[in-house]
Design a protein. Structure first.
Length: 409
């Protein structure tokens, strides 16, 4: 049982100062020298062995978690991770290391990266590569890929309801494409959206008979105008129309989103790409999303637990500096699955965890081998017991205080 010193990440989209759950949790996890600066945006806490934010021992910060694992891998990693060392693809730092191993076959990394996110405004519109694309990006475009791994992930809402969201929600974000017929309807009803896309042939073909290939053409035509600023007048025109109360062709939700997102990123192509092409997901505390590799998403607001396969790879398409997007857009448009389903398609319902003796632990179990996220909620004085599992566990207390025991420690 090891107490970890975690890494805190500051990004512009994070919550500022003491409004950030990540900042509050950092006070007990980053180290005694950490203090909250109200002027800074505290976006994430990282727990794991990824080189971009590695954990160390709390009482011995010069000793990394990775070094502990490397010194005795059989004690800290499951047999499957050790057996598959040679088949894994590289992580940052060298071209010979794997997510759970080094060039010589000795495991060195946890197979997952565990995070807390505190989100004040929309994150970049993004997707994470699958294993094959991650490896190609690392080899061909090392400036775009910090490692050669895939990055499927889940997000579990943990924060209190948002002040500016609908009652009962603790997380909002965009995930996956809306059903094709719904996207086509928006293109019919909103002239500014058609004008922003600009490719009348692609729009006309898609509206007459929506297909995934047609969606790809329309989506690509819209996004390619982002870095140059050509789409900005149409975004501003639409936002002004909403502010004036003219919402013809809009749903109430779309009008709310255009207003909110355009205030955060005025004139950005992402205002149109998210609002009219993507599902708007609203999670209550304890609900979760599963986002596979090559799936488009953009978190909007709230506090979440995020867990992913060991990677920091991302390809952005909007809500980011234009200079960073030009090189990434061709990869982004080609990599997506263009799965178009309602938001419920990406839901990951929790299930009772079979190894919870008292039944107070639930599991978020995505369809991949790297991790399962467990959640336990206890009232004052309650206890819970989880039977021993084969593999490493990282835990964090998000509210209250608990005593943890493992193997007599």
């Amino acid at each position: 049982l090891i107490r970890l010193r975690t890494a805190v990440q500051q990004y512009p989209w994070g919550k500022h100062g003491s409004s950030s759950l990540a900042a509050h949790l950092a006070q007990n996890s980053v180290g005694p020298d950490f203090s909250i600066d109200e002027s800074k945006a505290y976006a994430e806490i990282w727990m794991g062995t990824h080189p971009n934010g590695p954990s160390t021992l709390y009482d011995a910060p010069d000793t990394s978690l990775r070094s502990i694992i490397t010194s005795n891998p059989s004690a800290h990693l499951p047999p499957c991770s050790r057996a598959e060392t040679e088949s894994k693809v590289p992580v940052p730092g060298t071209h010979s290391e794997s997510p759970t191993g080094g060039g010589g076959g000795t495991p060195r990394h946890l197979p997952f990266l565990f995070k807390i996110l505190s989100i004040q405004k929309a994150l970049p519109l993004k997707a994470h590569p699958d294993k094959d694309l991650g490896a190609r990006m690392r080899e061909q475009h090392p400036d775009l890929a910090s490692d050669a791994c895939h990055k499927p992930e889940i997000a579990v809402a943990i924060g209190p309801p948002l002040q500016d969201a609908r009652e009962g929600e603790s997380f909002t974000g965009f995930v996956g494409f809306r059903p094709l017929k719904d996207i086509a309807q928006s293109l019919r009803d909103i002239p500014e959206l058609r004008q922003a896309v600009g490719n009348e042939s692609a729009v006309g073909t898609f509206v007459k008979g929506p297909t995934q290939e047609g969606l790809k053409r329309v989506w690509g035509a819209l996004l390619e105008k982002g870095p140059s600023g050509k789409v900005k007048p149409f975004v501003e025109k639409l936002a002004e129309r909403v502010r004036s109360g003219d919402t013809e062709g809009f749903t109430e939700e779309h009008a709310w989103l255009v207003n909110k997102v355009s205030q955060q990123y005025p004139g950005d192509v992402g205002v149109l790409a998210t609002t009219f092409f993507m599902n708007f997901a609203k999670l209550q505390k304890g609900e979760a999303l599963w986002i596979g590799a090559d799936e488009v998403h953009a978190y909007l607001a709230g506090d979440i637990i995020e867990c992913m396969a060991l990677s920091d790879n991302v390809v952005n398409a909007a809500f980011a500096p234009p200079g960073e997007l030009a090189a990434q857009l061709p990869v982004f448009v080609e990599m997506l699955t263009y799965t178009a389903r309602p938001a419920a398609h990406w839901a990951l319902p929790p299930t009772p965890y079979a190894r919870s003796v008292r039944g107070r632990t639930t599991a978020y179990d995505p369809p991949l081998e790297e991790f399962v996220v467990l959640g336990t909620a206890l009232r004052r004085g309650e206890e819970n017991e989880v039977l021993r599992v084969s593999g490493p566990l990282i835990g964090i207390v998000t509210q209250g205080a608990v005593a943890v025991r493992s193997g007599g420690e």
